[in-house]
Ligand binder design. Structure first.
Ligand SMILES: Nc1nc2c(ncn2[C@@H]2O[C@H](COP(=O)(O)OP(=O)(O)OP(=O)(O)O)[C@@H](O)[C@H]2O)c(=O)[nH]1
Ligand SMILES: [Mg+2]
Length: 731
């Protein structure tokens, strides 16, 4: 009876190898065990007697992959052939879905075969089963021995219902797998009815196709087991007879067989779980290796190649490809294995789009395998099948929300169809690879950028170097010009010096004759005797011209002073009295002539001041002269000198106060300008060329000092000169 196991989502099909003692049943299972894929089978469990005859049964469990979400498991049992173990045979037959009757072809075994076949019918009946409703396949075994019964004989004796039969040699495996495939197929009708699809002939034929596809790789695998008894577990149970007193033999055997069936079944299940776990561990290790590999992969195509290799290995697929999207609207196979062209790229849908594009746009993993309900997209399935494959998975490679490509893997008839587990695995690999691919692409772009930057930096470095050379050339040029300029400046300075000295000397030399000329002409003007009117006129002309000449000489002298203020003054300690005396001497006559009194006030103890005597004398003279000239008859000019302290430094103040006409406010800001002449408010004609106060200001400032003026019209003007003394004031 086909069993459903909802907890493990399994459908179990029970096939029992039946026949006379020593007919070769166990040998058949051993052969099937050796020939099948270790991934799809459990160990072979044998419960034997001490002399290695079958005591209870042998059990081999095989997996046929998934059908409608259920794993289809075939459970192959043998019974003990020895007559005395009938109770065991009966127990093992319970719930059987198909029987392989292993007859012994030797002439000597004619009776034993017949007895065993009868015994089978009896025991089926005892289990509530009808002999005609249980599928049966015959093996006429030991065809290598003699004397043998003819096949026709055997058929006539045993196979009245003309079931499928095979001549076999179990020790070499001849015919064994064929008989196994035949009984499996024969049980599928029962499976279909258990799955509830037996009413649809189409569903049944699909189930058959699927089972055949699943069986094909199982029976086509060569000898895979290593030498020795690897994968075979032999148990020699001891019968429990003591305890609750003697049981009737029948019940005892029933109990023992049931217990052993349950135990072996559990062992088989554990073995299946172990196989699955081992596979999962291998897969996880593969994924971990893969992750490490792509994390260090800098080449995008390298990432894709690793993905394809790993996908083929872990999914045990026969072919595959990775299609990438190099630019919008274009698709190409980046890497391929076992294919000339990816069927998903070679085939187009009704709209003329390649199927790969449809799958990419869908951006969901797709499983393509025929099952009972068929597949969603028959076009895709057709493309897979027309390329010679039976199943496929297609997984879009998505990283950071961008679809970068499509991984396709194809399975042929040598493996069970790819299933949900495979697609999950491919999805895990695909998402890791998509990330690695995006990283590798980004890395490449970064490298390109770096190269570009390097080129730019080189170009800029060259430019900078060139402009640096240019700057150096200019600097050298500038240095040369500077030398020339310095030479020229020195020449000019020398010339200037010579000129100043010349002017100084000339003005000095001219002063004395002019003064004499003026004095003589004044005397002549005053004397009456013997001077004609005509002569007097000439004397007046001489005096006027001499005065003009004196003015001109004075101006030239002032100009030379002005020029001198552009250099640093050469200061020395000058006696105050002497400075004032020489400054005022030339003005005494002017003051007398204008009836202006001059008063000088120098406090006791102020002996000297620090200045350049020649220019300072000119400055003082200019200020006092101004005060006299802008005065009125009977007025006075006071010159007060005092020492004071400012910011802990010693200063000297010279204040020139007059009682003159004063200067209007609007004119005050201009009085220190060169060539200014305050003519408007004067009582007399303006004199000189207006350099006096400008010279005073320049001289004072060239000494680091300050000159200020305050005035009130009709009252008088105060001019204050402040001069630093270059010494710390005493506290
Ligand atoms: N020459 C030859 N020997 C065979 C063949 N099949 C089985 N044998 C041998 O026959 C003996 C018995 O085989 P088993 O497979 O143990 O027979 P069995 O049907 O399981 O026997 P029980 O478990 O006692 O019922 C072994 O020594 C096998 O090697 C065959 O086709 N040819
Ligand atoms: Mg046996």
């Amino acid at each position: 009876m086909v069993q459903f196991d909802n907890q493990y989502r399994q459908v179990k099909v029970k096939i029992v190898y039946y026949g006379p003692a020593l007919g070769g049943k166990t040998t058949c299972l051993q052969h099937i065990h050796k020939r099948t894929d270790p991934q799809q089978r459990t160990k072979l469990y044998s419960l034997n007697t001490a002399s290695d005859r079958t005591l209870f049964f042998d059990l081999l469990s095989l997996s046929l992959g998934k059908i409608r979400g259920y794993r289809l498991a075939l459970q192959l049992y043998t019974v003990p052939g020895q007559v005395q173990y009938n109770a065991t045979r009966r127990a093992v037959l319970s719930g059987v879905d198909g029987v392989v009757f292993v007859a012994d072809s030797q002439e000597s075994q004619r009776e034993a075969n017949l007895e065993s076949l009868d015994n089978l019918s009896e025991n089926l009946e005892a289990n509530g089963l009808d002999r005609s409703s249980v599928p049966i396949v015959f093996q006429y075994n030991k065809r290598d021995l003699s004397p043998l019964l003819g096949i026709e004989d055997l058929e006539a004796q045993l196979n009245a219902e003309q079931a499928i039969s095979f001549p076999t040699v179990a020790i070499t495996g001849e015919g064994v797998m064929e008989a196994f495939a035949a009984i499996t197929e024969a049980t599928l009708t029962t499976v279909a009815s258990r799955l509830g699809v037996d009413t649809s002939p189409q569903a049944v034929s699909q189930l058959r196709a699927q089972a055949q596809a699943a069986l094909r790789p199982l029976v086509s695998v060569g000898e895979v087991e290593s030498a020795g008894d690897g994968g075979v577990e032999v148990t020699r149970p001891t019968m429990v007879t003591e305890g609750e007193g003697p049981l009737p033999e029948q019940e005892l055997v029933q109990e023992a067989v049931s217990a052993n069936v349950a135990m072996t079944d559990l062992a088989a299940r554990l073995d299946a779980v172990r196989t699955q776990l081992e596979r999962k561990v291998r897969v996880l290790e593969g994924i971990a290796d893969f992750g490490r590999g792509i994390a260090n992969e800098r080449d995008p195509d390298g990432v894709l190649q690793r993905l394809l290799d790993q996908g083929l290995e872990l999914l045990r697929a026969q072919a595959g490809a990775i299609i990438v999207v190099p630019a919008a609207g274009t698709l190409r196979e980046a890497v391929m294995s076992g294919l000339d062209r990816d069927p998903m790229l070679a085939t187009q849908d009704e709209a003329g789009e390649p199927l790969a594009l449809v799958l990419l746009n869908d951006s969901k993993p797709q499983l393509m395998a025929r099952d009972l309900e068929g597949v969603g997209d028959s076009l895709v399935m057709e493309a897979v099948e027309s390329a010679g494959y039976l199943s496929a998975v297609a997984v879009p490679l998505v990283a950071q929300g961008r679809v970068a490509g499509l991984l396709t893997l194809y399975g042929d008839g040598s493996r069970p169809p790819l299933d949900e587990d495979d697609i999950q695995l491919a999805t895990v690999l695909g998402s890791a690879a998509a990330m690695g691919y995006a990283n590798a692409l980004a890395w490449g772009r970064l490298e390109d950028l770096n190269l570009g930057l390097e080129a730019q930096v080189n170009a800029r470095t060259k430019e900078v170097r060139e402009s640096l050379d240019e700057v150096q050339r200019l600097a050298a040029d500038l240095r040369e010009k500077n030398v020339l300029l310095n030479d020229a400046y020195r020449d000019i300075s020398e010339l200037d010096q010579t000129k100043s000295e010349l002017i100084n000397r000339i003005s000095h030399e001219l002063k004395t004759p002019i003064t004499s000329l003026l004095a003589a002409s004044k005397i002549l003007q005053r004397s009456d005797d013997g001077v004609s009117e005509g002569q007097r006129r000439f004397v007046t002309i001489i005096r006027d011209e001499a005065e003009k000449l004196a003015e001109i000489v004075q101006s030239v002298f002032q100009a030379s002073i002005l020029a001198a203020t552009q250099q640093r003054p050469e200061c020395s300690s000058v006696p105050v009295q002497q400075l004032l005396k020489s400054a005022l001497a030339p003005l005494r006559e002017l003051a007398k002539g204008r009836e202006v009194a001059l008063h000088v006030l120098v406090p006791a103890g102020l002996e000297t001041i620090l200045c350049e005597p020649q220019t300072m004398e000119a400055a003082l003279r200019a200020v006092v002269k101004n005060a006299i000239e802008f005065n009125q008859g009977g007025g006075e000019v006071k010159i007060e000198v005092r020492r004071f302290v400012r910011d802990s430094a010693s200063w000297v103040e010279v204040k020139v106060v007059d009682s003159g006409v004063g200067i209007p406010d609007v004119e005050l800001p201009y009085v220190f300008d060169a060539f200014w002449q305050g003519g408007n408010v004067l009582t007399g004609k303006p004199r000189g060329v207006g350099l006096g106060l400008a010279i005073a200001k320049r001289v004072v400032e060239s000494h680091g000092g300050k000159i200020t003026i305050s005035s009130a019209v009709a009252e008088g003007t105060d001019v204050v000169l402040e001069l630093p003394q270059g010494i710390e004031a005493e506290a």
